[in-house]
Design a protein around this ligand. Structure first.
Ligand code: ATP
Length: 289
């Protein structure tokens, strides 16, 4: 099987800062790294490193070819990443403080210009039972999810960054919804319903160091996080999402998929960086918590 991921590709500018800057404050950063990021790219890299055949659907500008190539080197199929000549590659400025907390500024760039033909050409290759994944850093989530649903794909949505309108539009097509605690609260205030009461068959709420909650139509189960000392939480949620869907795509029951994803995400928070440091299956298998 395969995962078709309509998602963002960003150049991440990763600044280490003594604390997150406040309004009007000028702050000297203690270090800078450029890396591949974006929720979409992170999830594709995580899914590929977790062993799933992963096809990314997206776009970069001319100056972003390195980002596409880095995804390819991580095992992602990038044939459906379009290169646009007149739009900058999406990018993110990520401040990470001494405790590992982060604050992010995003420019969508090419992520908001993914051509319709690119999306259609990728899905034309998909088969019944494959997974379609999408987040909110691209546009056209609902119409592409509808297309994927009609083709018999398992439709998964990470409601991040939270967007009430995009979420309302895509809900009817979902098999799987994943969101963090803050997004779950935003969803509840936007819809008046808890995430688990929206009729989506599988819902996962990630709870940071408190673990994750899996909600089905009949039960709610909590899974603990692994005990680690976090140094950078960037990409923890994306790693979790990529791993859980890759494990499901490989045929694991959801319980096992969540346990594997928790291990991968815990390892991720012990590392500085984004897509470049998402652990592979071997690292996750060998980790002792
Ligand atoms: P991100 O920082 O990438 O935006 P998120 O807010 O989407 O992350 P979280 O709920 O913070 O997602 O974390 C996702 C998963 O990562 C958690 O469910 C947990 O399994 C793991 N995780 C996050 N923080 C920690 C931690 N401090 N210790 C162990 N595991 C963690």
């Amino acid at each position: 099987m395969a995962i078709y991921n309509l998602g963002s590709i960003n150049a991440d500018y990763f600044y280490r800062v003594p604390h997150l800057p406040g309004p009007g404050e000028t702050l000297a950063a203690q270090g800078l790294n450029r890396g591949l990021g974006g929720k979409g790219a992170n999830m594709s890299v995580a899914a590929a490193r977790a062993g799933a055949r992963t096809v990314h659907i997206g776009a970069v500008g001319n100056e972003g070819l390195w980002a596409r190539d880095q995804m390819m080197e991580s095992g992602v199929d990038t044939r459906h990443v379009s290169v646009l000549s007149d739009v900058p590659t999406g990018h993110a400025i990520i401040n990470v403080d001494a405790s590992g907390e982060n604050a992010i500024v995003l420019l969508p760039g090419a992520n908001h210009e993914i051509p319709e033909e690119t999306r259609a050409a990728a899905l034309a290759e998909a088969s019944t039972g494959d997974t379609f994944l999408v987040q909110n850093e691209t546009l056209n989530q609902a119409e592409t999810a509808k297309m994927a649903r009609e083709l018999g794909l398992y439709v998964a949505y990470a409601a991040a960054p939270f967007d009430a309108d995009a979420t309302a539009k895509i809900l009817p097509y979902l098999d799987f919804l994943i969101l963090n605690e803050v997004e779950a609260a935003q969803l509840e205030s936007a819809t008046g319903k808890t995430a688990g009461a929206l009729g989506v068959p599988d819902v996962i709420i990630t709870l940071g160091a408190k673990g994750a909650r899996w909600i089905t139509q009949t039960e709610s189960r909590d899974f603990p996080a692994m005990p680690v000392t976090p140094v950078d939480t960037t990409g923890a949620g994306d790693t979790f999402t990529g791993y859980v869907l890759a494990a499901r795509d490989r045929g694991l029951p959801m319980e096992q998929a969540i346990m594997l994803a928790s291990r991968a995400a815990a390892l991720m928070v012990t590392r500085h960086g984004t897509a470049d440091v998402i652990p592979d299956l071997k690292d996750v298998d060998e980790a002792r918590f």
